[in-house]
Design a protein around this ligand. Structure first.
Ligand code: HEM
Length: 248
């Protein structure tokens, strides 16, 4: 993934990045080719990951009505029913943020991150990893490991309300890193975070979500490009705001 960023890093690190008047220089062909790849990276990296996580978050909330109720109460307290969700509301939606993080913990869209390669032979926990090995980090297994997480399969957003400094997306905690870590960490984190919060807040603020025949959605997974739901979530939206102008 992301040959553009890789190319810049590689050229810079082995001194091949040309400079003109002190500014890094590329030919027009390099710019066109790398921008195409970078744009594809952005589209592939951003669409399925966010839409899948949205579906998982809704699934978990519908399976846990008391958590859903807490989100709705927070939205009502902070936004009310006379206005729509604005970007300025998002930093105050702390419980919703915890819901998003807990969703990323249990259902990381990229369960093995993206493949990495060892640049030299190294020993980790007594195992020798030869140079040029393909390495996959099983972040899904780590984030469900009972050694690091109490009752790891339970959907419990409250765990992210404590210790918020450590439990963030920076990749500095090796118990929670759905966006990867280090120099190839996802470049879209701020955007992904905002999209998730804005869309989920809007969906849950504007509508009450009902399950056809009251059927509780299951959590069966299917590994495609991302780790998605095996069966799509089917829900029925019902308007819940008294101010109908909000739906125009
Ligand atoms: C739910 C949302 C997202 C998740 C879970 C996610 C996850 C990831 C992961 C796991 C990586 C690889 C990190 C590694 O191997 O260490 C990555 C890389 C990347 N992501 Fe995302 N991503 C998301 C959204 C986005 C968005 C919104 C964009 C762009 C607008 C984006 C663009 C990229 C790019 C360009 C890379 C490659 C960075 C590099 O190789 O240097 N992603 N992402």
């Amino acid at each position: 993934m992301s040959n553009f960023y890789g190319k810049v890093v590689d050229l810079a690190s082995d001194g091949r990045l040309r400079h003109r008047d002190g500014i890094a220089a590329f030919t027009i062909t390099e710019v066109a080719a790398t921008l195409t790849v970078a744009t594809l990276d952005m589209i592939i990296g951003s669409t399925d990951t966010t839409s899948t996580t949205m579906e998982w978050a809704m699934t978990e909330l519908l399976r846990h009505p008391n958590k859903l109720q807490r989100v709705v109460e927070e939205l009502d307290a902070i936004i009310g029913d006379q206005t729509s969700v604005e970007e300025s509301h998002l930093p105050r939606l702390l419980y919703l943020e915890a819901v998003v993080k807990e969703t990323f913990r249990i259902h990381p869209p990229a369960p093995l991150l993206f493949p990495h390669m060892s640049s030299e032979t190294t020993i980790v926990a007594g195992y020798t990893i030869p140079k040029n090995s393909n390495i996959f980090f099983n972040v899904r297994a780590i984030q469900r490991n009972a050694e690091f997480w109490e009752d790891p399969l339970r959907f419990e957003p409250e765990r992210f309300l404590k210790d918020t400094e450590k439990r963030n997306y920076t990749g500095n905690s090796f118990h929670f890193f759905p966006f990867g870590s280090g120099r190839r960490i996802c470049v879209g984190i701020p955007l992904a975070e905002k999209i998730m919060m804005q869309i989920l807040a809007t969906l849950l603020h504007c509508f009450k979500w009902e399950l056809p025949n009251g059927r509780i959605p299951n959590v069966k997974e299917k590994l495609q490009l991302v780790l998605s739901k095996a069966e799509p979530l089917v829900v029925v939206p019902v308007a819940r705001l008294s101010n109908l102008m909000q739906y125009k």
